[in-house]
Write a protein that binds this ligand. Sequence first.
Ligand code: SF4
Length: 195
Amino acid sequence: MELTRRDFLKLSGSGLGAAALVNLGFRVPALAKTEPLRITKAKEFTTICPYCAVGCGILVMSENNKVVNTEGNPDHPINQGTLCSKGTALIQISFVDGKVNPDRITEPMYRAKGASKWETLSWDDAISKIAQKIKDTRDANWIEQDDIDGKKVTCNRTEAIASFGGASLDNEECYLLVKMLRTLGLVYVEHQARI
Ligand code: SF4
């Protein structure tokens, strides 16, 4: 059929699109192509975005211990399903283009004093090493009393260790972490959100 300039402008300007072209007798290729959903057999978990202190809710779909999709959680009160560009690319922590991210670190890494190379450690060795360092530092820097106007006041603290929280810690984890840190006598307890 013949298409006048007015018809053409009406079609492109009004956004009638393919349906209108078909109605006018044109044959148009199918514009939408369906593909099998990659989350059909996946299990869904909720989590919090680890990148910043906004704490957006994320849905993680996993299949055979492999993350197959991440997206904003529409039921989460903070982001209501929306995500910034960092949160949208969250799956790349695990996978890039369907392959395990080669830059992902999956084991504890340790660089000895003076060494130029990092080596891997088992989780047990890493936790023991951290615990020993905390104990040694705390023991060597323990302050039992303060002198206030000539009067000795019990304080029981160490100023040689600091804790720096990350955005992926949720309220309950922060509560437990601060309890542990205060029990150890730390006074320098800070969070990423404040800097
Ligand atoms: S999605 Fe963006 S705004 Fe939300 S927590 Fe992650 S980094 Fe922050």
